[in-house]
Design a protein around this ligand. Structure first.
Ligand SMILES: O=C[C@H](O)[C@H](O)[C@H](O)COP(=O)(O)O
Length: 226
């Protein structure tokens, strides 16, 4: 299969990030195409003798990690994670992120919150001056769907329920996703705080103060933002 330019950047960022993983670490494994490159690299390192235990941010990632011989612990039973490696849909130089394009935002946020060192790996397309061209994913408990949908409109977001392959998208936690378009976001922390107040909203994809560094590949080099 031909590797695209963007895939080559994702792989380069993943290879740079896994160098920070040490023997004995509990490693948080992200979700998505970029995180997948990192998981595959870790699989190779484990086959070559690296001793780690992992926590997964999605069912898909858990299956992938196990298939590569990586031991996976239960995220809900961990008090800390040494290092996590995940992707992002957008990031700014202040290390604010939008995540959840793959619907894994809730477990990813718990994973990042538990992580002493949370590394985000991206290709060059993910860097933005202001968050918001990518709609903010919001995970909603089904019984609260219409309420939360209406609250998004009140907060100024154009809300759309996520549909995938002509079916309502259901998260690993059995919930719905609303993608909310707030336009370019001047104050991500303020919007995150307003979203945090909405009952029935399990998690939103704005990640503030949850990232130690972003490692972005431009193809020629790895740029590190921290
Ligand atoms: O829910 C999915 C995650 O937040 C992903 O890390 C994010 O969507 C980036 O995915 P990708 O590396 O495939 O662009």
């Amino acid at each position: 299969m031909e590797t695209t330019h963007q895939d080559a950047e994702k792989l380069a960022a993943a290879k740079a990030a896994v160098k920070f993983v040490k023997d004995g670490d509990i490693v948080g494994l992200g979700t998505g195409s970029t995180a997948t490159f990192a998981i595959q690299e870790l699989g190779i390192m484990v086959k070559n003798g690296l001793k780690i235990k992992a926590a997964a941010s999605s069912i898909h990632t858990e299956k992938l990690a196990k298939s590569l011989g990586i031991e996976v612990l239960s995220l809900g039973e961990l008090s800390f994670i040494d290092i996590s490696i995940d992707g992002a849909d957008e990031f700014t130089e202040s290390l604010d992120l939008i995540k959840g394009g793959g619907g894994a935002l809730f477990r990813e946020k718990i994973m990042a919150s538990l992580s002493k060192n949370s590394i985000i790996v991206t290709d060059a397309s993910k860097k933005v001056k202001k968050l918001g061209a990518f709609k903010v994913p919001v995970e909603v408990v089904p019984q609260a769907y219409q309420y939360v949908f209406n609250q998004m409109l009140i907060l100024g977001g154009k809300a759309v329920q996520r549909i995938k392959d002509n079916e309502v998208f259901i998260t690993d936690n059995g919930n719905f996703i609303i993608d909310a378009d707030f336009g370019l976001i001047d104050d991500p922390a303020k919007l995150a705080s307003a979203l945090n107040q909405v009952d029935g909203l399990l998690a939103h994809g704005i990640f503030i103060n949850l990232t130690s560094k972003v490692m972005m590949s431009t193809g020629d080099q790895i740029m590190v933002f921290e």
